[in-house]
Design a protein around this ligand. Sequence first.
Ligand SMILES: NC(=O)c1ccc[n+]([C@@H]2O[C@H](COP(=O)([O-])OP(=O)(O)OC[C@H]3O[C@@H](n4cnc5c(N)ncnc54)[C@H](OP(=O)(O)O)[C@@H]3O)[C@@H](O)[C@H]2O)c1
Length: 250
Amino acid sequence: MTSNLNGRTALVTGSTDGIGAAVARTLAAAGAHVVISGRDTARGEKVAAGIAERGGRADFVRADLSTGAGVRDLAAAAHRLAGGPLDILVNNAAMLLNPTPTADVAEEVIDGALAVNVKAAFLLTGLTAPAMAERGGGAIVNLGSISGLFGSGGSALYSTTKAAIHSLTKSWADEYGPSGVRVNTVAPGPTFTDKVAEMADHLAPLIATLPSRRPSTPEEVAKAVLFLVGDDAANIHGATLSVDGGRSAI
Ligand SMILES: NC(=O)c1ccc[n+]([C@@H]2O[C@H](COP(=O)([O-])OP(=O)(O)OC[C@H]3O[C@@H](n4cnc5c(N)ncnc54)[C@H](OP(=O)(O)O)[C@@H]3O)[C@@H](O)[C@H]2O)c1
């Protein structure tokens, strides 16, 4: 696998923690200048410092993606740091939601999840992909989920936001592909970030059904992102790469 990202700038949303932080570290290790973002400055600066300690290049930009203004500010800052169009955008930030019966989901939670999980990716892609297209190329990876592929009682809201992401990838592949901008989805199954590992007992029944019989690591998900943004994936558009221990196969 080539995965030489020297000279490319990547914006990874939600990279102060979890899968996004692993993606940021992985893209930086492949040579990319990575723009890390999220709301938590202390965690974001720590991820950036860790990358710098390993000889990589990273900048943290604080961003709250629950508002359009926050998304626009992040896009402007990332373009400034890149010195022009971004080469890579990873739409990763999302609110993970505890299972809740539909009737009990508060309206502000619905609005918040749709804003962060769907609207932010929609706006950010609109703010970055046209400049990539004008320059003649770029790569966008959206983080979907097995939750976006299957029905799941108690997780209707989260599943809906992830299904929207899967749909957006296909529409954007069609919209931007002719201009050289590739858009793909990485769809994780249960992935043991520090936060998700705390729910290990709750996830055990699901994990027991996986062909692999184990959760993914954030680094395994990050490697799928690395493949899709790199030149080895040059003719892959609109695809979903599942990193789910085989859940989507059964
Ligand atoms: N972990 C899994 O098992 C799993 C499975 C399938 C799919 N996924 C998908 O993978 C992606 C990453 O999940 P994860 O488990 O790594 O989540 P996570 O550990 O909760 O991290 C979420 C990231 O999003 C950021 N974020 C949340 N709300 C934000 C907001 N309003 N504005 C800006 N940033 C915000 C957080 O940063 P701050 O806290 O600093 O704001 C954090 O960096 C998500 O798209 C998720 O749907 C995860």
